[in-house]
Ligand binder design. Structure first.
Ligand SMILES: Cc1cc2nc3c(=O)[nH]c(=O)nc-3n(C[C@H](O)[C@H](O)[C@H](O)COP(=O)(O)OP(=O)(O)OC[C@H]3O[C@@H](n4cnc5c(N)ncnc54)[C@H](O)[C@@H]3O)c2cc1C
Length: 396
Protein backbone atom coordinates (compact mmCIF):
# COMPACT_ATOMS: atom_id res chain seq x y z
CA UNK A 1 0.00 0.00 0.00
CA UNK A 2 1.27 3.46 -0.90
CA UNK A 3 0.54 6.90 0.51
CA UNK A 4 -0.58 9.27 -2.24
CA UNK A 5 -1.06 13.03 -2.16
CA UNK A 6 -3.29 14.72 -4.73
CA UNK A 7 -3.03 18.48 -5.22
CA UNK A 8 -6.45 19.72 -6.38
CA UNK A 9 -9.96 18.53 -5.64
CA UNK A 10 -11.61 19.13 -9.02
CA UNK A 11 -13.12 16.38 -11.16
CA UNK A 12 -9.66 15.04 -11.97
CA UNK A 13 -8.38 15.07 -8.38
CA UNK A 14 -11.45 13.38 -6.93
CA UNK A 15 -11.47 10.77 -9.70
CA UNK A 16 -7.78 10.08 -9.08
CA UNK A 17 -8.48 9.69 -5.35
CA UNK A 18 -11.20 7.12 -6.03
CA UNK A 19 -9.12 5.29 -8.62
CA UNK A 20 -6.09 4.93 -6.38
CA UNK A 21 -7.97 4.26 -3.14
CA UNK A 22 -9.83 1.38 -4.76
CA UNK A 23 -6.43 -0.19 -5.40
CA UNK A 24 -5.78 -0.08 -1.65
CA UNK A 25 -3.76 3.12 -1.24
CA UNK A 26 -4.16 5.81 1.40
CA UNK A 27 -4.95 9.10 -0.33
CA UNK A 28 -5.04 12.72 0.82
CA UNK A 29 -6.65 15.31 -1.47
CA UNK A 30 -5.29 18.81 -0.88
CA UNK A 31 -7.70 21.47 -2.15
CA UNK A 32 -6.67 25.09 -1.92
CA UNK A 33 -10.24 26.47 -1.62
CA UNK A 34 -12.30 26.45 1.57
CA UNK A 35 -14.76 23.86 0.29
CA UNK A 36 -15.10 21.06 -2.21
CA UNK A 37 -17.38 22.57 -4.83
CA UNK A 38 -17.62 22.76 -8.59
CA UNK A 39 -18.81 25.98 -10.14
CA UNK A 40 -19.75 26.59 -13.73
CA UNK A 41 -22.52 25.44 -15.95
CA UNK A 42 -23.14 22.43 -18.17
CA UNK A 43 -20.78 19.77 -19.34
CA UNK A 44 -21.01 17.12 -22.05
CA UNK A 45 -19.97 13.55 -21.28
CA UNK A 46 -19.12 11.12 -24.06
CA UNK A 47 -19.47 7.34 -23.68
CA UNK A 48 -15.76 7.20 -22.83
CA UNK A 49 -16.51 9.25 -19.70
CA UNK A 50 -19.19 6.76 -18.65
CA UNK A 51 -16.81 3.85 -19.16
CA UNK A 52 -14.43 5.65 -16.78
CA UNK A 53 -17.16 6.60 -14.30
CA UNK A 54 -18.30 2.97 -14.16
CA UNK A 55 -14.77 1.87 -13.31
CA UNK A 56 -14.71 4.49 -10.57
CA UNK A 57 -18.00 3.12 -9.21
CA UNK A 58 -20.07 6.28 -9.81
CA UNK A 59 -21.47 5.66 -13.31
CA UNK A 60 -25.02 5.01 -12.13
CA UNK A 61 -25.04 7.99 -9.77
CA UNK A 62 -24.08 10.29 -12.66
CA UNK A 63 -26.55 8.60 -15.03
CA UNK A 64 -29.37 9.29 -12.55
CA UNK A 65 -28.90 13.05 -12.96
CA UNK A 66 -27.85 13.17 -16.60
CA UNK A 67 -29.88 14.19 -19.64
CA UNK A 68 -29.49 11.65 -22.44
CA UNK A 69 -29.74 13.72 -25.56
CA UNK A 70 -30.93 12.44 -28.93
CA UNK A 71 -28.41 14.08 -31.27
CA UNK A 72 -25.53 16.47 -31.79
CA UNK A 73 -26.91 19.01 -34.28
CA UNK A 74 -24.64 21.19 -36.38
CA UNK A 75 -26.43 24.30 -37.70
CA UNK A 76 -25.32 27.09 -39.98
CA UNK A 77 -25.89 29.98 -37.59
CA UNK A 78 -26.14 32.56 -40.34
CA UNK A 79 -28.74 30.77 -42.50
CA UNK A 80 -30.65 29.20 -39.58
CA UNK A 81 -30.46 25.80 -41.33
CA UNK A 82 -29.38 22.41 -40.05
CA UNK A 83 -26.23 21.18 -41.80
CA UNK A 84 -25.91 17.71 -40.24
CA UNK A 85 -27.11 15.85 -37.21
CA UNK A 86 -25.40 12.92 -35.51
CA UNK A 87 -27.99 10.66 -33.81
CA UNK A 88 -26.97 9.53 -30.32
CA UNK A 89 -29.67 6.95 -29.69
CA UNK A 90 -30.00 3.32 -30.96
CA UNK A 91 -27.01 2.54 -33.18
CA UNK A 92 -24.76 5.07 -31.45
CA UNK A 93 -25.33 3.59 -27.99
CA UNK A 94 -24.97 0.06 -29.30
CA UNK A 95 -21.71 0.88 -31.03
CA UNK A 96 -20.16 2.90 -28.19
CA UNK A 97 -21.77 0.84 -25.41
CA UNK A 98 -22.75 3.87 -23.37
CA UNK A 99 -24.82 7.02 -23.92
CA UNK A 100 -23.74 10.57 -24.68
CA UNK A 101 -25.09 12.82 -21.95
CA UNK A 102 -25.17 16.39 -20.72
CA UNK A 103 -25.14 17.28 -17.04
CA UNK A 104 -24.82 20.26 -14.81
CA UNK A 105 -21.27 20.18 -13.49
CA UNK A 106 -22.47 19.60 -9.96
CA UNK A 107 -24.23 16.44 -11.20
CA UNK A 108 -20.82 15.05 -12.12
CA UNK A 109 -18.90 16.50 -9.20
CA UNK A 110 -21.24 15.59 -6.34
CA UNK A 111 -21.31 11.83 -7.02
CA UNK A 112 -17.50 11.84 -7.18
CA UNK A 113 -17.33 13.78 -3.91
CA UNK A 114 -19.90 11.53 -2.18
CA UNK A 115 -17.96 8.45 -3.27
CA UNK A 116 -14.70 9.92 -1.95
CA UNK A 117 -16.38 10.69 1.37
CA UNK A 118 -17.69 7.15 1.56
CA UNK A 119 -14.36 5.52 0.71
CA UNK A 120 -12.12 4.41 3.50
CA UNK A 121 -8.58 5.57 2.92
CA UNK A 122 -9.46 8.95 1.33
CA UNK A 123 -8.90 12.11 3.35
CA UNK A 124 -10.27 15.36 1.91
CA UNK A 125 -8.59 18.56 3.07
CA UNK A 126 -9.66 22.11 2.24
CA UNK A 127 -7.58 25.30 2.71
CA UNK A 128 -4.53 23.35 1.66
CA UNK A 129 -2.80 25.06 -1.27
CA UNK A 130 0.28 23.21 -2.42
CA UNK A 131 3.07 25.69 -3.15
CA UNK A 132 5.91 23.31 -4.03
CA UNK A 133 7.26 19.80 -3.66
CA UNK A 134 10.55 18.27 -2.62
CA UNK A 135 11.65 14.68 -3.13
CA UNK A 136 14.44 12.24 -2.54
CA UNK A 137 14.93 8.63 -3.53
CA UNK A 138 12.40 7.33 -0.97
CA UNK A 139 9.55 9.87 -0.78
CA UNK A 140 8.00 13.12 -1.95
CA UNK A 141 6.92 16.04 0.25
CA UNK A 142 4.19 18.55 -0.61
CA UNK A 143 4.73 21.91 1.04
CA UNK A 144 1.54 23.87 1.79
CA UNK A 145 1.16 27.65 1.85
CA UNK A 146 1.27 27.78 5.65
CA UNK A 147 4.51 25.78 5.71
CA UNK A 148 2.97 22.43 6.61
CA UNK A 149 4.80 19.49 5.03
CA UNK A 150 3.17 16.22 4.01
CA UNK A 151 5.24 13.26 2.90
CA UNK A 152 4.09 10.37 0.70
CA UNK A 153 5.14 7.87 -1.94
CA UNK A 154 3.66 9.89 -4.81
CA UNK A 155 2.22 13.35 -5.51
CA UNK A 156 -0.36 13.84 -8.27
CA UNK A 157 -0.73 17.40 -9.55
CA UNK A 158 -4.43 17.66 -10.43
CA UNK A 159 -4.44 21.37 -9.76
CA UNK A 160 -5.93 22.59 -13.01
CA UNK A 161 -4.85 24.70 -15.95
CA UNK A 162 -2.71 27.01 -13.79
CA UNK A 163 -1.12 24.13 -11.95
CA UNK A 164 1.52 25.00 -9.36
CA UNK A 165 2.84 21.45 -9.55
CA UNK A 166 3.25 21.76 -13.31
CA UNK A 167 4.97 25.12 -12.83
CA UNK A 168 7.69 23.39 -10.82
CA UNK A 169 7.72 20.21 -12.89
CA UNK A 170 7.86 21.75 -16.37
CA UNK A 171 8.34 25.47 -15.79
CA UNK A 172 6.58 26.21 -19.06
CA UNK A 173 4.91 29.45 -18.00
CA UNK A 174 1.33 30.58 -18.40
CA UNK A 175 -1.14 28.74 -20.63
CA UNK A 176 -1.72 30.00 -24.18
CA UNK A 177 -4.56 32.54 -24.38
CA UNK A 178 -6.74 31.37 -27.26
CA UNK A 179 -8.17 34.77 -28.18
CA UNK A 180 -11.68 33.30 -27.83
CA UNK A 181 -14.22 34.61 -25.32
CA UNK A 182 -17.07 32.36 -24.17
CA UNK A 183 -20.24 33.74 -22.59
CA UNK A 184 -22.25 31.30 -20.52
CA UNK A 185 -25.71 31.38 -18.98
CA UNK A 186 -28.04 28.80 -17.44
CA UNK A 187 -31.77 29.59 -17.53
CA UNK A 188 -34.86 27.74 -16.30
CA UNK A 189 -36.39 25.63 -19.08
CA UNK A 190 -39.76 27.10 -18.07
CA UNK A 191 -38.62 30.35 -19.71
CA UNK A 192 -37.85 28.64 -23.03
CA UNK A 193 -40.69 28.59 -25.60
CA UNK A 194 -41.96 25.06 -26.28
CA UNK A 195 -40.81 25.11 -29.92
CA UNK A 196 -37.19 25.69 -28.80
CA UNK A 197 -37.01 22.88 -26.22
CA UNK A 198 -34.87 20.35 -28.04
CA UNK A 199 -33.33 17.28 -26.48
CA UNK A 200 -30.08 17.83 -28.37
CA UNK A 201 -26.73 19.54 -28.13
CA UNK A 202 -27.20 22.19 -30.82
CA UNK A 203 -24.29 24.15 -32.25
CA UNK A 204 -24.81 27.21 -34.47
CA UNK A 205 -21.65 28.04 -36.42
CA UNK A 206 -20.83 31.44 -37.88
CA UNK A 207 -17.84 33.53 -38.97
CA UNK A 208 -15.49 33.63 -35.97
CA UNK A 209 -18.23 32.59 -33.55
CA UNK A 210 -20.37 29.68 -32.48
CA UNK A 211 -23.24 29.21 -30.08
CA UNK A 212 -24.06 25.96 -28.26
CA UNK A 213 -27.02 25.07 -26.08
CA UNK A 214 -28.36 21.98 -24.37
CA UNK A 215 -30.61 20.99 -21.46
CA UNK A 216 -29.10 20.24 -18.04
CA UNK A 217 -30.33 19.52 -14.51
CA UNK A 218 -32.63 16.69 -15.53
CA UNK A 219 -34.03 18.94 -18.28
CA UNK A 220 -35.09 21.72 -15.90
CA UNK A 221 -32.51 24.20 -17.21
CA UNK A 222 -31.05 25.25 -20.54
CA UNK A 223 -27.30 25.78 -20.76
CA UNK A 224 -26.26 28.51 -23.23
CA UNK A 225 -22.63 29.03 -24.32
CA UNK A 226 -21.74 31.53 -27.04
CA UNK A 227 -18.12 31.87 -28.17
CA UNK A 228 -16.50 34.66 -30.15
CA UNK A 229 -13.02 34.69 -31.69
CA UNK A 230 -12.39 38.30 -30.65
CA UNK A 231 -8.61 38.20 -30.25
CA UNK A 232 -8.81 38.64 -26.45
CA UNK A 233 -5.29 38.68 -25.07
CA UNK A 234 -5.88 38.19 -21.34
CA UNK A 235 -7.25 35.12 -19.60
CA UNK A 236 -10.57 35.77 -17.83
CA UNK A 237 -12.57 33.30 -15.74
CA UNK A 238 -16.23 33.79 -14.90
CA UNK A 239 -16.59 37.58 -14.87
CA UNK A 240 -20.14 38.94 -15.21
CA UNK A 241 -20.97 40.09 -18.75
CA UNK A 242 -23.70 42.54 -19.63
CA UNK A 243 -26.59 41.05 -21.67
CA UNK A 244 -26.41 43.86 -24.26
CA UNK A 245 -22.71 43.21 -24.73
CA UNK A 246 -23.36 39.51 -25.35
CA UNK A 247 -26.11 40.22 -27.89
CA UNK A 248 -23.90 42.78 -29.65
CA UNK A 249 -21.10 40.23 -30.03
CA UNK A 250 -23.29 38.01 -32.27
CA UNK A 251 -24.95 40.44 -34.70
CA UNK A 252 -25.33 38.06 -37.65
CA UNK A 253 -26.96 35.21 -35.74
CA UNK A 254 -30.00 33.76 -37.58
CA UNK A 255 -33.45 34.35 -36.14
CA UNK A 256 -33.94 31.03 -34.28
CA UNK A 257 -30.55 31.11 -32.61
CA UNK A 258 -31.08 34.77 -31.78
CA UNK A 259 -34.33 33.97 -29.96
CA UNK A 260 -32.38 31.51 -27.82
CA UNK A 261 -29.49 33.88 -27.16
CA UNK A 262 -31.92 36.59 -26.11
CA UNK A 263 -33.23 34.30 -23.36
CA UNK A 264 -29.85 34.33 -21.59
CA UNK A 265 -29.45 36.14 -18.30
CA UNK A 266 -26.69 36.61 -15.72
CA UNK A 267 -24.08 35.95 -18.39
CA UNK A 268 -20.51 35.25 -17.36
CA UNK A 269 -17.45 35.45 -19.58
CA UNK A 270 -14.31 33.33 -19.86
CA UNK A 271 -11.34 33.84 -22.15
CA UNK A 272 -10.28 30.31 -23.00
CA UNK A 273 -6.75 29.00 -22.63
CA UNK A 274 -4.98 25.79 -23.55
CA UNK A 275 -1.46 24.48 -24.02
CA UNK A 276 0.51 22.55 -26.58
CA UNK A 277 0.94 18.88 -25.64
CA UNK A 278 3.81 18.37 -23.20
CA UNK A 279 6.32 15.56 -23.73
CA UNK A 280 6.77 15.03 -20.00
CA UNK A 281 4.24 14.87 -17.14
CA UNK A 282 6.38 13.27 -14.47
CA UNK A 283 9.32 14.13 -12.29
CA UNK A 284 10.30 11.13 -10.19
CA UNK A 285 7.45 10.58 -7.73
CA UNK A 286 5.36 13.45 -9.11
CA UNK A 287 2.90 13.26 -12.01
CA UNK A 288 0.31 15.57 -13.58
CA UNK A 289 -3.33 14.72 -14.33
CA UNK A 290 -6.31 16.38 -16.03
CA UNK A 291 -6.02 20.04 -17.02
CA UNK A 292 -2.67 20.29 -15.23
CA UNK A 293 -1.30 17.78 -17.73
CA UNK A 294 -3.22 18.49 -20.95
CA UNK A 295 -5.44 21.60 -20.83
CA UNK A 296 -7.54 21.85 -23.97
CA UNK A 297 -10.18 24.08 -25.51
CA UNK A 298 -13.69 22.83 -24.83
CA UNK A 299 -14.52 22.37 -28.53
CA UNK A 300 -14.27 18.59 -28.41
CA UNK A 301 -16.09 18.58 -25.02
CA UNK A 302 -13.46 16.24 -23.62
CA UNK A 303 -11.36 17.97 -20.92
CA UNK A 304 -13.18 16.39 -17.98
CA UNK A 305 -13.67 13.13 -19.89
CA UNK A 306 -9.91 12.87 -20.39
CA UNK A 307 -9.27 13.69 -16.72
CA UNK A 308 -11.55 10.76 -15.77
CA UNK A 309 -9.68 8.49 -18.17
CA UNK A 310 -6.34 9.62 -16.69
CA UNK A 311 -7.57 8.68 -13.24
CA UNK A 312 -8.64 5.18 -14.26
CA UNK A 313 -5.30 4.48 -15.96
CA UNK A 314 -3.33 5.91 -13.05
CA UNK A 315 -5.23 3.81 -10.54
CA UNK A 316 -4.65 0.62 -12.54
CA UNK A 317 -0.95 1.33 -12.95
CA UNK A 318 -0.47 2.09 -9.27
CA UNK A 319 -1.97 -1.24 -8.31
CA UNK A 320 0.30 -3.14 -5.95
CA UNK A 321 3.17 -2.20 -3.62
CA UNK A 322 4.82 1.23 -3.67
CA UNK A 323 8.26 -0.03 -4.63
CA UNK A 324 8.46 1.14 -8.25
CA UNK A 325 6.25 4.24 -8.19
CA UNK A 326 8.61 6.22 -10.40
CA UNK A 327 8.47 3.67 -13.24
CA UNK A 328 4.70 3.32 -12.88
CA UNK A 329 4.17 7.06 -13.18
CA UNK A 330 6.35 7.11 -16.28
CA UNK A 331 4.24 4.30 -17.72
CA UNK A 332 1.09 6.31 -16.92
CA UNK A 333 2.41 9.18 -19.01
CA UNK A 334 3.47 6.85 -21.81
CA UNK A 335 0.00 5.28 -21.90
CA UNK A 336 -1.93 8.55 -21.83
CA UNK A 337 0.23 10.98 -23.74
CA UNK A 338 -0.66 10.21 -27.35
CA UNK A 339 -4.41 10.13 -26.81
CA UNK A 340 -4.58 13.32 -24.76
CA UNK A 341 -2.19 15.17 -27.11
CA UNK A 342 -4.38 14.25 -30.07
CA UNK A 343 -7.47 15.46 -28.22
CA UNK A 344 -5.79 18.79 -27.36
CA UNK A 345 -4.86 19.39 -31.00
CA UNK A 346 -8.18 18.19 -32.43
CA UNK A 347 -10.08 20.48 -30.05
CA UNK A 348 -8.07 23.45 -31.29
CA UNK A 349 -8.62 22.52 -34.94
CA UNK A 350 -12.36 22.03 -34.45
CA UNK A 351 -12.65 25.71 -33.58
CA UNK A 352 -10.68 26.78 -36.63
CA UNK A 353 -11.90 24.35 -39.28
CA UNK A 354 -15.44 23.46 -38.20
CA UNK A 355 -16.94 26.12 -35.98
CA UNK A 356 -15.55 29.47 -37.13
CA UNK A 357 -15.00 29.52 -40.93
CA UNK A 358 -16.60 32.24 -43.06
CA UNK A 359 -17.70 32.57 -46.70
CA UNK A 360 -16.45 29.92 -49.12
CA UNK A 361 -14.72 27.96 -46.35
CA UNK A 362 -18.02 27.75 -44.46
CA UNK A 363 -19.83 26.58 -47.60
CA UNK A 364 -17.19 23.89 -48.14
CA UNK A 365 -17.53 22.78 -44.52
CA UNK A 366 -21.30 22.56 -44.88
CA UNK A 367 -20.98 20.50 -48.06
CA UNK A 368 -18.45 18.18 -46.44
CA UNK A 369 -20.61 17.61 -43.34
CA UNK A 370 -23.83 17.22 -45.32
CA UNK A 371 -22.23 14.51 -47.47
CA UNK A 372 -21.27 12.38 -44.46
CA UNK A 373 -23.39 9.33 -43.63
CA UNK A 374 -24.23 8.52 -40.03
CA UNK A 375 -21.62 5.75 -40.15
CA UNK A 376 -19.05 8.24 -41.44
CA UNK A 377 -19.81 10.44 -38.44
CA UNK A 378 -19.51 7.52 -36.04
CA UNK A 379 -16.23 6.45 -37.64
CA UNK A 380 -14.90 9.99 -37.14
CA UNK A 381 -15.54 9.95 -33.38
CA UNK A 382 -14.68 6.27 -32.89
CA UNK A 383 -11.17 6.95 -31.53
CA UNK A 384 -12.56 9.36 -28.95
CA UNK A 385 -15.99 8.09 -27.93
CA UNK A 386 -15.31 4.42 -28.53
CA UNK A 387 -12.18 3.98 -26.42
CA UNK A 388 -12.63 1.65 -23.45
CA UNK A 389 -9.05 1.02 -22.37
CA UNK A 390 -7.81 4.63 -22.43
CA UNK A 391 -4.42 3.19 -23.42
CA UNK A 392 -2.82 -0.15 -22.60
CA UNK A 393 -2.58 -0.90 -18.91
CA UNK A 394 -6.06 0.18 -17.76
CA UNK A 395 -8.09 -2.40 -15.96
CA UNK A 396 -11.32 -3.58 -17.52
C1 LIG B 1 -16.28 26.65 -21.07
C2 LIG B 1 -15.83 25.25 -20.81
C3 LIG B 1 -16.64 24.20 -21.21
C4 LIG B 1 -16.20 22.88 -21.01
N1 LIG B 1 -16.99 21.86 -21.43
C5 LIG B 1 -16.55 20.58 -21.26
C6 LIG B 1 -17.35 19.49 -21.70
O1 LIG B 1 -18.44 19.67 -22.26
N2 LIG B 1 -16.89 18.22 -21.48
C7 LIG B 1 -15.70 17.98 -20.85
O2 LIG B 1 -15.33 16.80 -20.67
N3 LIG B 1 -14.91 19.00 -20.42
C8 LIG B 1 -15.32 20.28 -20.62
N4 LIG B 1 -14.54 21.32 -20.18
C9 LIG B 1 -13.25 21.03 -19.56
C10 LIG B 1 -13.35 20.67 -18.08
O3 LIG B 1 -14.07 21.66 -17.39
C11 LIG B 1 -11.96 20.54 -17.49
O4 LIG B 1 -11.14 19.78 -18.35
C12 LIG B 1 -12.01 19.84 -16.13
O5 LIG B 1 -12.77 20.60 -15.22
C13 LIG B 1 -10.59 19.64 -15.60
O6 LIG B 1 -10.65 19.09 -14.31
P1 LIG B 1 -9.37 19.15 -13.37
O7 LIG B 1 -9.79 18.48 -12.12
O8 LIG B 1 -8.19 18.67 -14.11
O9 LIG B 1 -9.11 20.70 -13.12
P2 LIG B 1 -10.01 21.75 -12.32
O10 LIG B 1 -11.44 21.46 -12.51
O11 LIG B 1 -9.51 23.09 -12.72
O12 LIG B 1 -9.67 21.49 -10.79
C14 LIG B 1 -8.46 21.88 -10.22
C15 LIG B 1 -8.64 21.99 -8.72
O13 LIG B 1 -7.38 22.25 -8.14
C16 LIG B 1 -7.48 23.28 -7.17
N5 LIG B 1 -6.15 23.89 -7.08
C17 LIG B 1 -5.55 24.72 -7.94
N6 LIG B 1 -4.31 25.01 -7.55
C18 LIG B 1 -4.10 24.33 -6.39
C19 LIG B 1 -2.98 24.19 -5.51
N7 LIG B 1 -1.83 24.83 -5.74
N8 LIG B 1 -3.10 23.40 -4.42
C20 LIG B 1 -4.27 22.74 -4.17
N9 LIG B 1 -5.36 22.85 -4.97
C21 LIG B 1 -5.27 23.61 -6.08
C22 LIG B 1 -8.57 24.17 -7.73
O14 LIG B 1 -9.14 24.97 -6.72
C23 LIG B 1 -9.54 23.15 -8.30
O15 LIG B 1 -10.46 22.69 -7.32
C24 LIG B 1 -14.95 22.64 -20.38
C25 LIG B 1 -14.17 23.71 -19.95
C26 LIG B 1 -14.59 25.01 -20.17
C27 LIG B 1 -13.71 26.15 -19.72
Amino acid sequence: MAKILIAGGGVGGLAAALATARHGHRVTVLERRDSFTELGAGIQLGPNAFHALDRLGVGDAVRERAVFIDALRFMDGTTDREVRSMPLTGAYRTRFRNPYAVVHRTCLYEPLLAACRATEGIELRTDSPVVRYEQDAGSVTAVLAGGERLTADALIGADGIRSTVRGQLLGDGDPRVSGHTIYRSVIPMAKVPEDLRWNTVTLWAGPKWHFVHYPVGGGEFLNLAATRDDGATEAVAGVPADRDRVLAEFPDLGSTARRLLELGENWKAWVLCDRDPADRWTDGRVALLGDAAHPMLQYAAQGACQALEDAVVLGALLDGPAADVVQRLEKYHAVRNERTARTQLVAREMGRQLYHPAGEAARERNAMLAAMTVDDLYDTVQWLHGERDFGAGADR
